[in-house]
Design a protein around this ligand. Sequence first.
Ligand code: SIN
Ligand code: FE2
Length: 211
Amino acid sequence: MMNDLFAGPTEPLGDGALLLRGFADAPAADLFAAVERIAAAAPFRHLVTPGGFRMSVAMTNCGAYGWVSDRKGYRYDPLDPESGRPWPDMPPLFAGLAARAAERAGYGNFASDVCLVNCYTPGTRLTLHQDRDEGDFAQPIVSISLGLPATFLWGGLQRSDRARRLPLFHGDVVVWGGPSRLRFHGIAPLKEGSHPLTGERRLNLTFRRAR
Ligand code: SIN
Ligand code: FE2
């Protein structure tokens, strides 16, 4: 089992939160190929916030639900609003890797039903926010980084709490849950660069339990 072999460095990020450096290195090329298949069926799009702003990050989803935003609000939807069809299935590789990362951080039996895929190009950012549209905050969030490096903003439980700036590299996985589940987080504007696997992009997969 991959989990048993993982001996990479880990960095605690507070109660219930752990950074697993390089946890997704080995399967990265397969993850990326699966993202390309998902994006062929459910293309990346820039969602609009309830306030009417176009998000700079491009997103798609796979799994039983997808996270969507429009003028009516944020929600998990079993159908892709662009096509009216269900989101692409979650590849078994995704679900298994997310469950092993969660377990490594102390969360057994994590069965994600959504993988939100974010695509960043240079200049793209994600402002500080909480992941709070899910039904059960006992379930953690598992986040996998691929491609260009980024600066993760890791805040506290209040929006005004000072955020740490942590570099995230290709293959890194962050898990947050328990007392850290509702911590604010974001991504600083992506720097220019090119990565051998993803080109001028960073991809992020976040696994959640929506329902
Ligand atoms: C997110 O907060 O949904 C994504 C974070 C990231 O891109 O690392
Ligand atoms: Fe988030």
